[in-house]
Design a protein around this ligand. Structure first.
Ligand SMILES: Cc1cc2nc3c(=O)[nH]c(=O)nc-3n(C[C@H](O)[C@H](O)[C@H](O)COP(=O)(O)OP(=O)(O)OC[C@H]3O[C@@H](n4cnc5c(N)ncnc54)[C@H](O)[C@@H]3O)c2cc1C
Length: 410
């Protein structure tokens, strides 16, 4: 196995459960790939603001939700626009937010009825295992929202910053299948984080592997090939022969290592971390509905799980979609500037930031039908990774499960 992200770890777990001997070579100093949590001054800093949807069908097969000690976000969001804020929520799950949701000027009564109808439709039937697996024609998220009749005001005030935060793209150019699947996940379950940070998810998967199965700081530099088949891997640490090699890295690395065709393009974010005196949004996400938004969305994550901050202190994540080339000082300063406009009485002390230019592989309409298969045409070579399913925790886990089944011949 090459790579100890969620795809590689799940693949290794299923192979191990199937009786195979597995060794995972990971280039970095920890497991989790894009899902890791660092600790600084007692604050838990996830590598980018990410949430886990409890309804993820493939993830539910491999993760023990109880042991993750999941903590839940409140449904809906606080929308910031024109110096004011209003709450938009699901009145069935969040009755306290009913009056503000009904009075909200961001959505017309027809918008609210359409959201309710969409949510009801999501509750019916089983639905696909992953975003890319819905049938029919595909289009951009924006085109689908327009086709469904949502007002421009609601699209700009809610869908742009909300799905901008999920799809890492305020333009809503990603496939509508990703939008529909995510909407379905929200209707059928809860958005959550493990009490001790998102890094608990890969740690739980890794704990199911035999001791020593994951070799950290062991990059793979090439594949060993012989007679048209792949028979192992090599790196600065030496060579390792194997009956099967599963490459479970990010798409660009997988393309370089294997020569297989992988999807191109990516979307990303810069995540800013601040200690704060409090922004008064509880467990809801704050969405910036301004046209010239710098911070797209923010959340006081220590309200969702108190363990993200030392006792009596508060931690805020703020997401910028872009700005990768700006110096650290400017990113953090502009973040404070914007947050202070929303919450003039709050303090913000910068704790750091993380640039993540390769957050997710780009998912334009139609891309899911073109993604590579887990079994390549080269004997002995398999692919795992979100980019074989869809960019999500669920997609990565499903890809690992499927790659393992291919290796085991099941
Ligand atoms: C900022 C951000 C926000 C996101 N938000 C969400 C969200 O809210 N909800 C959601 O469901 N999903 C979200 N995602 C997507 C989700 O995190 C990813 O789809 C998933 O983690 C990808 O897992 P993976 O195993 O396919 O790849 P990765 O996690 O990238 O794992 C690949 C692994 O391969 C290793 N590797 C690379 N090259 C080599 C080499 N040569 N040798 C050995 N090892 C190598 C890497 O170090 C890494 O550990 C988000 C992602 C990001 C970054």
């Amino acid at each position: 196995m090459v790579g100890a992200g969620l795809a590689g770890l799940t693949c290794a777990k299923v192979l191990h459960e199937g009786g195979a001997e597995v060794e995972v070579f990971e280039a970095s100093d920890g497991v989790g790939g894009r899902v890791r949590t660092d600790e600084r001054e007692g604050f838990l800093l996830d590598r980018g603001f990410q949430v886990y949807f409890t309804a993820y069908p493939a993830a539910r097969r491999h993760l023990d939700h109880g042991a993750l000690d999941l903590r839940y976000f409140d449904p809906g969001a606080v929308i910031l626009r024109g110096g004011g804020r209003e709450v938009l929520s699901d009145p069935l799950r969040d009755p306290g937010a009913l009056p503000s949701t009904l009075l909200s000027r961001s959505a017309t009564p027809a918008d609210k009825a359409r959201v309710a109808a969409l949510a009801l439709r999501c509750l019916a039937g089983r639905g696909p295992e992953a975003a890319g697996e819905a049938g029919g024609e595909d289009a951009s998220t924006l085109a689908c929202l327009e086709r469904r009749g949502f007002s421009r005001r609601f699209i700009d005030a809610f869908f742009r910053p909300f799905y901008g935060g999920i799809l890492l793209d305020r333009g809503l150019s990603a496939s509508c299948r990703v939008f529909s699947f995510t909407f379905r996940m929200m209707a059928r379950g809860w958005a959550a984080v493990p009490a001790r940070g998102m890094g608990e998810i890969p740690r739980q998967l890794a704990a199911r592997l035999p001791e020593g199965a994951v070799r950290l700081e062991s990059p793979v530099e090439g594949l060993l090939r012989e007679g048209g088949r792949v028979r192992g891997v090599r790196g600065p640490w030496g060579e390792r022969e194997a009956d099967a090699v599963v490459v479970a890295t990010e798409a660009p690395v997988a393309g370089r290592l294997t020569g297989e065709k992988v999807p191109e393009g990516s979307v990303g974010e810069v995540c800013l971390y601040y200690e704060t005196s409090g922004v008064g949004a509880g467990k809801k996400v704050l969405l910036n509905a301004e046209e010239d938004a710098f911070v797209n969305n923010a959340v006081e994550i220590s309200n969702v799980s108190g363990l993200y901050a030392p006792p009596g202190r508060r931690l805020l994540y703020a997401v910028v979609l872009g700005g990768f080339d700006l110096p650290d000082g400017e990113l953090l300063r502009r973040g404070v500037e914007e947050l202070s406009r929303w919450c003039p009485r709050a303090d913000f002390r910068p704790l750091g930031l993380r640039r993540i230019p390769y957050g997710q592989f780009a998912q334009p309409p139609g891309v899911h039908a073109t993604l590579p298969k887990n079994r390549t045409s080269t004997p002995g070579l398999f692919l795992a990774g979100e980019y074989t399913v869809d960019s999500s925790i669920n997609g990565a886990i499903l890809s690992g499960e499927r790659a393992a089944r291919e290796v085991l011949g099941r």
